[in-house]
Design a protein around this ligand. Structure first.
Ligand code: FNR
Length: 387
């Protein structure tokens, strides 16, 4: 039985032939390399956050206040990191969080397809963003046997929203993730200083431009007047949805429905009462609001309120150790965000696969060495607060 941690022996044995990893295995070095590879506008857009980036930084440093307590004399020769989510068996407890500019993170402009191929190779689900350079119907087949979820930015035109969801169902996505915290863009100084917002330049709008209902809202075909289509997009992009809209959202699909951006226990309870199948606790990587709280500190309250309902988590994951910490605090599955975009920038699909393998190897070996062979062994009591 192959374990994720076997990746380290693979690397060491390759070393005997003089081969070293093509990309760094630690995320800090990988990040530096990606920054050097990207143009300034992409660096700002991907790396930047809201305000003085306090939330973004807190998301990362919140993990530094927890440590896994080593336990010895436990047989960890075999580890099982698989999980079940909405009736699907997944080989590992991670997924790729939706990132709306994957297309322009690669030189060929098809980063969404490259990430979907990485999902196919690793079994790690991709949550495909509404904002993508290739339409969802092109992304879905690249996922192979790995399930993909579709992330919805809810337009203020309900018929367009319904069309996007129904297209995602037809394309074979296995769940719908509605992002709640982005009906308007957060105040992002790095992008504002460059006056750069990629979507306004026509990037990453393929799901809208290929949508029959969106197209029907234009006075001229997109091809004849692209700027008018972009302008129309700005008018329909974001609906400030409320709890009153939840029954409508729920009615759009029979697929599992998740709400992304839930950070308060009361909101988790209300969402579950409203019929959602999963809670997604996230501060959007600190890109949207600069309230200052690291998302990990919000997770335990949300988990407690969610009860048996699965809780997905992202924001601040930078290592395999972080994955283990989030699992121990009750996350059902853990989302990788920026780090996989760095792998994508440096080596396309293989770069994303590399990031996933590194993170899982580190998580697996931590569990092996510290005496926690399965995910169900990871409980809050396995952690010590170390501030
Ligand atoms: C995002 N995120 C995001 N979320 C979402 O629901 N839809 C989207 O289209 C995007 N787009 C997006 C673009 C970029 C460049 C980034 C970095 C992030 C948020 C994402 O899903 C996730 O919540 C954060 O990335 C998690 O934070 P870290 O771990 O990346 O810091």
């Amino acid at each position: 039985m192959r374990m994720f941690g076997d990746f380290e022996n693979e690397i060491y044995f390759d070393g005997l032939r003089g081969v070293v990893p093509k990309l760094p295995v630690d995320m800090a070095s990988l990040e530096k390399k990606a920054m050097a590879a990207w143009p300034d506008a992409i660096v700002s857009y991907v790396q930047g956050g809201c305000g003085n980036e306090r939330t973004q930084n807190s998301n990362v440093t919140a993990f530094h206040r927890w440590g896994l307590i080593p336990r010895m004399m436990v047989d960890c020769s075999k580890r099982d990191l698989s999980i079940e989510l909405f009736g699907m068996k997944l080989p590992s407890p991670i997924f790729m969080a939706p990132i709306g500019v994957l297309g322009i993170c690669t030189q060929d402009g098809h980063g969404d397809l490259a990430v979907a191929r990485a999902a196919a190779k690793t079994g790690v689900p991709m949550i495909a963003s509404t904002l993508s350079s290739d339409p969802m119907e092109a992304v879905a087949p690249e996922l192979g046997e790995t399930p993909g979820f579709f992330q919805l930015y809810t337009p203020n035109d309900r018929e367009i929203a319904a069309s996007l969801v129904h297209r995602a169902e037809a394309a074979g996505f296995k769940a719908i993730v509605v992002t709640l915290d982005t009906w308007v863009a957060g105040w992002r100084p790095r992008d504002l200083n460059q006056a750069n917002f990629p979507q306004l330049r026509g990037h990453c709008l393929a799901n809208y431009f290929s949508d029959p209902v969106f197209r029907s809202r234009l006075s001229k075909p997109i091809e004849q007047d692209p700027p008018a289509a972009v302008k129309r997009w700005t008018e329909i992009f974001g609906a400030s949805i409320t709890w009153n809209d939840l029954p409508w959202l729920r009615s759009l699909t029979k697929l599992p429905l998740l709400l992304k951006g839930i950070c308060h226990p009361d909101d988790a309870r209300r969402a579950i009462d409203g019929g959602v199948d999963g809670i997604y606790c996230s501060t959007h990587g600190g890109r949207q609001a600069n309230g200052g709280i690291g998302c990990l500190d919000l997770l335990p309250g949300v988990v407690q309120a969610a009860g048996r309902t699965p809780v997905l988590f992202d924001s601040g994951i930078r290592s395999g150790t972080d994955i283990v910490t989030a699992l121990a605090l009750g996350a059902t599955a853990v989302g990788i965000g920026r780090p996989y975009s760095w792998g994508l920038a440096l080596d396309g699909t293989n770069g994303v696969v590399h990031v996933i393998r590194c993170l899982l190897a580190e998580a697996d070996l931590l569990m092996a060495i510290d005496g926690y062979p399965t995910i169900s062994d990871l409980k809050p009591s396995a952690l010590m607060r170390v501030d």
